[in-house]
Unconditional design. Structure first.
Length: 165
């Protein structure tokens, strides 16, 4: 399914959450959970700076949804996120049975940017969501937001090489 204007509005909220995370000294990621009705149920941003590398917003969404929604409500909900889920978050998404995922920038794009800036890869492979959750419904990236996200991630590494563009 193509990314709609409503999807872009939700993704812009995720980018704003990512901006808040960066301003707080964290990695720039933000995500929201939207019910089938269109109501935003949960919103969060990355919170790993304290040392807990599992405090990704997508993982927080999976935990919250498992505690607060029925299986049918989870399946009908959409997760919007600034960056494609990492394998940990994709697995959480799959295990709790959440619905569609819409992301603004892909893991491959992020990995390319980081590589171009000379940032060493993280400890977990940057796998596409569908490699972890083959049955997931996934849409992204959103070209309208990719440059803005690259700039947010670039701001984390001001002393590194040049952009991947």
């Amino acid at each position: 399914m193509p990314i709609t204007p409503d999807d872009l509005d939700h993704l812009r909220r995720c980018v704003e959450l990512a901006r808040q995370a960066l301003a707080d000294g964290d990695e720039p990621f933000g995500s929201i959970l939207v019910a089938a009705s269109g109501e935003t149920l949960f919103a969060d941003r990355n919170r790993v700076r304290g040392g807990d590398a599992t405090r990704h917003p997508e993982f927080a969404i999976a935990r919250w949804a498992a505690e607060h929604l029925t299986p049918a409500e989870r399946a009908g909900a959409t997760v919007y996120t600034s960056g494609e889920h990492c394998p940990m978050c994709a697995a959480g998404h799959g295990w709790v049975g959440l619905g569609r995922i819409v992301y603004a920038a892909s893991s491959a794009q992020l990995a390319g940017w980081l590589d171009a800036w000379g940032v060493p890869p993280g400890p977990v492979a940057a796998l596409p969501i569908l490699d972890v959750v083959p049955g997931a419904v996934v849409d992204g990236p959103a070209p309208e937001l990719v440059d803005e996200l690259e700039a947010l991630h670039r701001a984390r590494f001001p002393d590194r090489g040049t952009s991947a563009q």
